[in-house]
Design a protein around this ligand. Structure first.
Ligand code: F0G
Length: 480
């Protein structure tokens, strides 16, 4: 199993040797197990949408890795250094200096989280009827781009849409797709290329350095800027170190700097790789864009030296950015995801291959072959997993994909997935064992899981607040 594109010594070690978390626990947060009856009641009240469950009713929470990290003792100590001045806080300057050093971008605007930065970038660069090419999409980012009048065009390699395709860099841009689009609509209609590292919706899949280099060359030829969605960039850099030829000896930090050198700037959700519970930023090398962005940020987020964050939050993020590029931390972090994923593979559970950086994605089509995509298999599977075990996961399929704004029809994504997202430094490998056992048990009873239908469907980002009901009575999801 390990021979595939040279899983590396560290990944092999993670699977074959006993290894422990590279931290000791200084503070604990109790969690409680509920009964099956309590969970059945809770999921009915939540309209079979795991987003609408109360966190207290969840045993192991794998809804997201966003804002759910455990901060280190150093980050907590840094919070006490908060300079809460309205303007010119020292924490802002520390953040700017850190982003310059680790990412290499010159100008930085803090935002309350990633989507604050996406909003600013989309508003400044996209005009109505523009096209925004992208290696797949992310929900909120695409919503901002569409709101600004842009149209998303998928330029990821085909393998990314096939859960079983074993490609080490499934996040790669398909250069032909990108060049064809440029030739078809003209470079003037393309304000920038959005480049996600890693690609969340494809399964946490990385982009290779080689692909980044070539993508940069192509975009430079046509004068098109590149903006990274750098949300999980450190995990991408780690996967490059582990999988790309000639990279094994390089520290992640150095790989990340090279990755970022192929772009003009980035939006960042600090709630993921930066190891904080809230925060984000927009970074750019373009002075003029920065100056225009300082006007908008004041309107929507706050003064440009705090942008919607307290001084203490900027300080914790600056410390987190240095911790995120620590090789030992990343080896455990990505190794823990692999540890869970490998248990599922060994038990014959269909998951997205190869295992990505932040989550294990169950392939709901293969898990529930008796359901059609209209019967919302991933949504049903996430609800069933919760009822059976108290583990909370998230749908990433037809419900998340939403409707086509032009036709009003469902979009039918090829990937119909349930994401088991691992928070950073929060759970132990023992928790992963419990999750694996729950999924394997559910897989044995998969044919008893019924489909779902909408009873309430909001117009945008419907996966957050939609409500459903089962299509039939069943032991697992209860009466219709
Ligand atoms: N880009 C990617 C790839 C993301 O995964 C997210 C958030 C964002 C941008 C937006 O950042 O939440 O700070 O505004 N993803 C979360 C998730 C919500 O669960 O995957 P944000």
């Amino acid at each position: 199993m390990i021979a595939l594109f040279n899983l590396t010594s560290l990944e092999v070690q993670c699977m074959e040797q006993i290894r422990a978390e590279p931290y000791r626990i200084k503070m604990v947060e109790p969690i409680k197990q509920t009964t099956r009856e309590e969970r059945l009641r809770a999921i009915r009240e939540a309209g079979y949408n795991t987003f609408l469950l109360k966190s207290e009713d969840v045993y192991i929470d794998l809804l997201t890795d966003s804002g759910t990290s455990a901060m280190s003792d150093r980050q907590w100590a840094a919070m006490m250094l908060g300079d809460e001045a309205y303007s010119g806080s020292r924490n802002f300057y520390h953040l700017v200096e850190t982003v310059r050093e680790i990412y290499g971008f010159r100008y930085v605007i803090p935002t309350h989280q990633g989507r604050g930065a996406e909003h600013i970038l989309a508003t400044l660069l996209i005009k109505p009827r523009d096209y925004v090419p992208w290696n797949m999409y992310f929900t909120t980012t695409r919503a901002h781009q569409e709101r600004a009048g842009g149209q998303f065009v998928d330029v990821i390699i085909d393998e990314a849409h096939d859960p079983a395709a074993e490609h080490p860099f499934k996040g790669n841009v398909d250069l032909d797709k990108l060049e064809n689009l440029i030739k078809k609509v003209g470079p003037d209609k393309i304000p920038y290329l959005s480049l996600a590292v890693t690609v969340n919706m494809a399964g946490g899949q990385p982009v290779s350095l080689e692909n980044l280099r070539k993508t940069r060359e192509l975009c430079s030829r046509y004068g098109i800027p590149i903006y990274f969605d750098a949300t999980r960039c450190a995990e991408n850099a780690y996967l490059i170190q582990q999988r790309e030829e000639g990279q094994r000896h390089r520290p992640v930090r150095e790989i990340l700097r090279e990755m970022m050198s192929y772009g003009d700037g980035c939006t960042m959700s600090g709630k993921k790789d930066c190891l904080v519970n809230i925060g984000g930023f927009l970074a750019t090398n373009d002075r003029e864009l920065y100056e225009r962005a300082t006007e908008i940020v004041t309107l929507f987020e706050g003064f440009p030296t705090y942008g919607g964050l307290a001084g203490r939050d900027m300080e914790a993020m600056a410390v987190g950015i240095r911790e995120m590029v620590d090789d030992a931390y990343l080896a455990h972090r990505v190794g823990q995801v692999a540890y869970l994923g490998q248990q599922l593979i060994d038990a014959g559970v269909p998951i997205v291959r190869p295992i990505g950086g932040h989550a294990v994605f169950l392939d709901a089509r293969a898990f529930l072959p008796h359901l059609s995509q209209d019967q919302l298999p991933a949504q049903a599977l996430a609800a069933a997993l919760y009822v059976e075990s108290g583990v909370r996961a998230m749908e990433r399929g037809i419900v998340s994909a939403g409707r086509d704004p032009k036709t009003g029809d469902h979009r039918y994504p090829k990937l119909e997935l349930v994401r088991l997202t691992i928070p950073r430094r929060v759970y132990t490998d023992r928790h992963m064992d419990v999750v694996a056992q729950a999924v394997v048990n559910l897989h044995r009873e998969a044919e008893d899981i019924p489909g779902l239908e909408f009873v309430y469907e909001p117009a945008t980002l419907r996966f957050f607040t939609a409500r459903f009901r089962p299509l039939r009575d069943s032991r697992i999801l209860g009466p219709r």
